[in-house]
Design a protein around this ligand. Structure first.
Ligand code: FES
Length: 106
């Protein structure tokens, strides 16, 4: 279980308890967090689940695989700290993580 805070582009925060093994996208969609659509259902094919991950969490999440890397290359508003939240599974090490969404996702 990890407590994850999702921050909308306007600063509004949503904190969820995400079960281990559940992706951050799945948890956000289930809780109707604005800014995470997950249109492709987690297939790494839409980038509507993009989040910005602060640098201090980078070593606690798995590195990007090729598909995610490619999606992010083409994603509008992607930054160096962008990740697809459908590729990040909750785990105790992520407890307290805060991610934010771009203005283009709301
Ligand atoms: Fe489509 Fe993450 S849900 S890329």
């Amino acid at each position: 279980m990890a407590k994850i805070t999702y921050i909308e582009h306007d600063g509004k925060e949503h904190t969820l308890e995400v079960a281990d093994g559940t992706t951050l996208m799945e948890a956000a969609v289930k809780a109707s967090v604005p800014g995470i659509d997950g249109d492709c259902g987690g297939a790494c094919a839409c980038a509507t689940c993009m989040v910005f991950v602060p640098e201090e969490w980078w070593d606690k999440i798995p590195p990007k695989e090729d598909m995610e890397e490619t999606m992010l290359e083409f994603a509008e508003n992607a930054e160096a700290n962008s990740r697809l939240s459908c590729q990040i599974k909750a785990a105790p090490a992520l407890d307290g993580m805060r991610v934010s969404m771009p203005k283009s996702q709301h």
